[in-house]
Design a protein around this ligand. Structure first.
Ligand code: ZN
Ligand code: ZN
Ligand code: ZN
Length: 320
């Protein structure tokens, strides 16, 4: 279902749709072909019937023959005639013509002292219009002198003069070169944080030094583990001691070797630790606090009781 806004938008875009192809409409509306069909159905827009396909028999034989004689390849002929590759093949079969292999064509031209430029496609004199090239089969550059002049000027401009200065200024402005490590994804300085690597981009490793070291350590540990396993040994993950796999490790079917990663002693110790509530003061009494030289308390003497007034003892009764 289209909203009112979409409806108006699509109707405006579909104005004069008879003159456009489906592909152009898809681009204008920014939709997929399937969605275009749905929109057209919902808006009730009827598209004109497709123009009949151009019959390949309409193409005269001499047009095709001329193109083949020129040494055009299949792709170029298709483009010139505006037909598909399959149609061209059928057309060639109908007229019993054959598009010449490009190598074969070049060979024939060279035999006549000519060559077709690989860039401008013009047929020129081999001796004068092509420079020497010892790596080429015919000893001549596949591109004519004119084309080479243009091409080399383009490259020269790229690496000299103002373009080069601008590139240098940009590099200087952006600071020292950095790289994002492939493992930890952190951006670090290329020169100081990445090891030299002749195969890496810009002759530096793709992983930073920290990651490379960790990687080597892991790899060394793994190598050692495999070596020990071959001898029926294993290094305990907790106490790090090398012990006999059969005797000192309990069975664990989830493990690759069928033995537990911790030795029996460490496994027992861990089991006991798990059983005991760690924070219980009766089981794990807090360690006594080490006697520390506390500052002496300032002793304030309690206030003295006021003197009671002297009262002489009662006089012994005379009766005694
Ligand atoms: Zn050329
Ligand atoms: Zn890293
Ligand atoms: Zn252990």
């Amino acid at each position: 279902m289209l909203t009112e806004q979409q409806r108006q938008q699509y109707q405006a875009a579909l104005a004069g749709h008879e003159q456009k192809t489906n592909a152009e409409l898809c681009r204008d509306l920014d939709v997929t072909p399937g969605r275009l069909t749905a929109i057209l159905a919902e808006l009730g827009v009827a598209r004109p019937p497709r123009p009949p396909r151009r019959a390949i028999t309409e193409i005269p034989r001499n047009t095709l023959e001329a193109l083949v004689q020129e040494g055009q390849c299949k792709h170029q002929i298709c483009r010139v005639l505006g037909i598909s590759n399959r149609a061209l093949l059928r057309l060639l079969r109908v007229h019993s013509l054959e598009v010449m292999n490009r190598d074969e064509h070049t060979r024939q031209l060279v035999a006549q002292g000519l060559r077709r430029c690989a860039q401008c496609k013009a047929i020129k004199t081999l001796e004068t219009d092509f420079s020497n090239d010892r790596t080429d089969r015919y000893g001549k550059n596949p591109r004519c002198r004119e084309c080479m002049k243009v091409t080399s000027a383009k490259y020269r401009d790229r690496w000299t003069g103002s373009a080069r200065q601008a590139a240098a200024a940009e590099r200087a402005a952006s600071g020292p070169p950095t790289r994002r490590c492939r493992f930890c994804s952190e951006v670090k300085l290329l020169e100081s944080e990445f090891d030299p690597d002749p195969k890496g981009p810009r002759w530096r490793s793709v992983d930073c030094r920290a990651c490379a070291t960790a990687h080597h350590e892991r790899s060394a540990l793994r190598q050692e583990m495999l070596r020990l396993e071959a001898e029926g040994l294993r290094r305990c993950y907790r106490c790090c001691e090398v012990k006999s796999l059969e005797i000192d490790f309990t069975v664990d079917r989830r493990d690759r070797t069928g033995r537990h990663a911790l030795c029996k002693v460490c496994a027992r110790a861990r089991r006991q630790n798990e059983k005991l509530p760690i924070e219980h003061p009766a089981v794990n009494p807090p360690a006594p606090i080490a006697a520390s030289p506390l500052p002496p308390l300032s002793v304030v003497p309690p206030p003295l009781a006021p003197f009671a007034p002297y009262s002489p003892p009662a006089a012994p009764s005379a009766a005694a």
